[in-house]
Design a binder for this molecule. Structure first.
Ligand SMILES: [Zn+2]
Length: 161
């Protein structure tokens, strides 16, 4: 009886450390998105992550590659680099709430979750924005996409001059 209890305890301990190795928390992925933004010397960075911690990270390359080369669009372009079965299990982390173009692409791609730092409204203080919230696009679509804002907000804000 006593030995059995010990074994259960040990199994739990092992599975917990296993989980820690495979998955990272939101701030880990947001930091990668922020680093991406810094690398591209724009305030926009995005990371697409699957449940096993595989990811693609991209920055905004609008200046080089034209008006549709937003960080989220670039990440979606590279989605095939991930070996995933179900797009609804993917999470897209981004420094700024996706604009209507990017959110449209996220809906078409069927990505299940979006997590962002600054909102469109907050960023509109720094640059032009199309004032339509990501949630509003989801509400008008056939998808059920989880949208969560305000992650690492301070650090995302520091990216702006
Ligand atoms: Zn965009």
């Amino acid at each position: 009886m006593y030995i059995g209890f010990l074994m259960i305890k040990r199994t739990i301990a092992i599975s917990q450390s296993f989980t820690v190795v495979l998955t990272h928390d939101d701030s880990f992925w947001m930091r990668i998105a922020i680093d991406m933004a810094k690398e591209g010397s724009t305030p926009f960075g995005a990371v697409l992550v699957d449940e096993e911690g595989q990811y693609v990270a991209e920055c905004n390359t609008t200046k080089l590659n034209g008006p549709t080369a937003h960080a989220e669009m670039n990440v979606i372009q590279k989605m095939n680099q991930l070996d995933f079965d179900r797009t609804e299990d993917l999470t897209l982390y981004t420094t700024v709430e996706p604009c209507p173009m990017c959110m449209g692409a996220i809906i078409w791609a069927g990505i299940g979750t979006v997590k962002y730092g600054l909102s469109i409204e907050e960023v509109s203080a720094y640059c032009h924005q199309i004032m339509i919230k990501a949630e509003d696009l989801v509400a008008k679509s056939w998808r059920d996409i989880k949208v969560i804002g305000g992650l690492e907000k301070q650090k995302c804000n520091e990216l702006w001059p």
